[in-house]
Design a binder for this molecule. Sequence first.
Ligand code: ADP
Length: 404
Amino acid sequence: MKVLVLNAGSSSLKYQLFNMLTEQVIAKGMCERIGVNGGAEAYMGYSAAGRDKIEIQHEMPSHKEAIELMIATLTDKLNGVIASLDEIDAVGHRVLHGGETFKSSVIVNDEIMAKLEENVPLGPLHMPPNIMGIKACQEIMPGKKNVAVFDTAFHQTMPDYAYMYPLPYQDYKELRVRKYGFHGTSHRFVSEVAVKLLGKENSKVVVCHLGNGSSVSAVKDGKCIDTSMGLTPLEGLMMGTRCGNIDPAAVLYVMEKRNMSVKEMDSYMNKQSGILGIYEKNSDFRNVRDDYAKGDERAVLTLNMVCYKIKQYIGNYAASLGGIDAVCFTGGIGENSALVREKVCADLAFMGVDLDFDKNSRLERERTAGNVDISKDGSKAKILVIPTNEELVIARDTFDLAGK
Ligand code: ADP
């Protein structure tokens, strides 16, 4: 009863091996710099539960060699955790874009593979490595079932008036331009935990996933009704290096003034903006937090902007949901930054979102694993810090579809 979870990026491969009886991670690792300079500088970090992490230098021209090294390590007599590949029941793959085709996870076959290829234009950077990861597994582990789990699937329940952009309709039909949303496995995991904690039949939940990439979702009775990311993960909140929502005309204006190409503008909005753009030193929120404490002007502006935009989405989605039973914080920033949670929730008591400042700051000092309610006793809505676990969602779906 073991499931392997893979997340193949353009030059990386992250993996976790789960024991599905206990839902514990038995071993995990990450290969980096795959294919960079022909794969000569690639390496893998690997750790088995309860043992020290090891680093392995190995040439990895493609994901195929990375997956072979991963298998060799997992089955290694000294460092391994399984005797042979037979112990792995199925492989779950994180796939960025399901388009409108995939509303839930699927077992991959030839027909599904062809449909995944059709979605490459919607995620030109992520889809090719995602597909490559599946193909490499089919080649190296023939007969093993592969399951695709999509970042977009959870958001497929949005109503049309929420996901449509007011652009010529023809471009929705022909180019598939619409809002899809991302981080779906995280929003699904966190909202499911919240609904359980609320213990009521009808629920109105807002999930704030705040990491390097950030998004907010509105979840009514367990179903997503809106989310902040769009056709791509660029829409919505201000993020590590992404600008999020701006006036689209600003893009045209800057392009014209700076004589920029489409490619340059893409990099400008995705890699040079957001926290990095305003704070300028880097995109690591911990540095912003430290400089904010020292009163650094730019750090103060950055942090205020980040929090204000999250707050706006909570108000926005409270309106979409017609009320609010829980606001959930997750992701590197959401789980760890009491300051962000405090600034986001400040002055929201009027709509029943009443933060207990002491519980909130105590959580940062005494971080314990698990889900914590940081709302005031008597607050109409709960404010929950729920550590996300996207890999576990992938493992569960894989096990449900292919492992049982
Ligand atoms: P990703 O989106 O890449 O999965 P994470 O969810 O791990 O990223 O979040 C990374 C972000 O969380 C970084 O900006 C990091 O600085 C921030 N972060 C981590 N710990 C803290 C903390 N204690 N306080 C503030 N920010 C933090």
